[in-house]
Design a protein around this ligand. Structure first.
Ligand SMILES: [Cu+2]
Length: 133
């Protein structure tokens, strides 16, 4: 588990560090597609340390239920004053899913909508920076 958290942190740190001046390797990785955000649904968290930052306005959410009970993933926020939300559907333990989101710059809230899981800690802020500058 400790190792999983470490690799998760590394993945997020890699996302944050992608910038025009970044290493050649990061630049070619960016050209291959949007960065991935790894969501690790479990009791009781999303595997993000409460926050993830996406440098652009597009990311692939790779979601896995690593817990022992049913979970789901929802991200919501406001675009031009209107509530928007995307829900993954319910995931049984060890099930995975993924989707690509393209969103305007801003802060969005991600959580598990099952039961009281949000209150128990399955909650994080996702920041789309919307630019590479
Ligand atoms: Cu849950």
């Amino acid at each position: 588990m400790a190792q999983m958290m470490t690799s998760m942190f590394t993945a997020i740190a890699a996302l944050v560090s992608i910038a025009p001046a970044a290493a050649q390797q990061a630049q070619s990785a960016a050209k291959q597609g949007p960065p991935a955000v790894h969501i690790d649904l479990h009791e009781w968290g999303l595997g993000l340390d409460g926050r993830a930052t996406i440098p652009g306005n597009e990311a692939v959410f790779e979601i896995r239920n690593t817990g022992s009970i049913l979970h789901s993933f929802e991200i919501e926020g406001k675009i031009d004053g209107k509530e928007v939300e995307v829900i993954s559907g319910r995931l049984q333990p060890s099930q995975t899913t993924s989707f690509t989101l393209r969103l305007p710059a801003g802060e969005y809230t991600a959580y598990c909508p099952v039961g009281n899981h949000r209150e128990r800690g399955m909650l994080a802020t996702i920041l789309f920076r919307g630019s590479f500058s």
